[in-house]
Design a protein around this ligand. Sequence first.
Ligand SMILES: O=C[C@H](O)COP(=O)(O)O
Length: 233
Amino acid sequence: MIRMLASVTNPVEAGIAVTAGADLIDLKNPDDGALGALPANIIDACLRTVDGRRPVSATIGDLPMDPAVMAAAVSRTAATGVDIVKIGIMAGGDPHACIAAAARARGAAALVGVILADLTAPTPELVRAMADAGFAGVMLDTGLKDGRTLRDHLSADALAAFIGQVREARLLAGLAGSLRLADIGPLAALGPSILGFRGALCQGGARRDAIDPDRVAEVVRSVRDAVVLNECL
Ligand SMILES: O=C[C@H](O)COP(=O)(O)O
């Protein structure tokens, strides 16, 4: 099973993603960076639209690696009632202290750490720190959103090693980063738990555009087909 994560920005998009069959609804503001945060009232409206039909995650913003800043943002986002809070692990600062601070602030929400692979190396130490802190998963994404995809930054071997480390730690392993239809087959073959998308779902393929129901359905279908194909091989 590979879950298809759709990043959405408002209740209308959340409804489209649920109808199209996305497995995880990820709330994010692409106008405010790779992991831009949405205001609490928009998160609340999205939660009401999804109405428990899918797990919902929300990002906390592209924040500096400061434990106090991280803890406040995690606590604020968890208080909205989302199932999962996604935090970015950036270069600089003290990522290990931030991971610990996020874990203390998460309340009832699960935590997923997002390593922006074009800015920060996804080391086994970071994965281990998140596992030790009780995170539910670790995702790779890209931070620059400059047209290059996750696969432009990490080889298939490096991605397979990452997935192996995360799965060995018994966490969910997610991959994202300007992924297109052509990336789904090769990445699904590596056996991630989650494949995440925004740009590929949008009209014209630009991640700040509104999502297109047909594109969302096509990506959902491609992920399902890739899973079936892998099971046959
Ligand atoms: O969590 C997944 C991201 O929202 C992916 O966004 P992107 O496909 O535009 O890089």
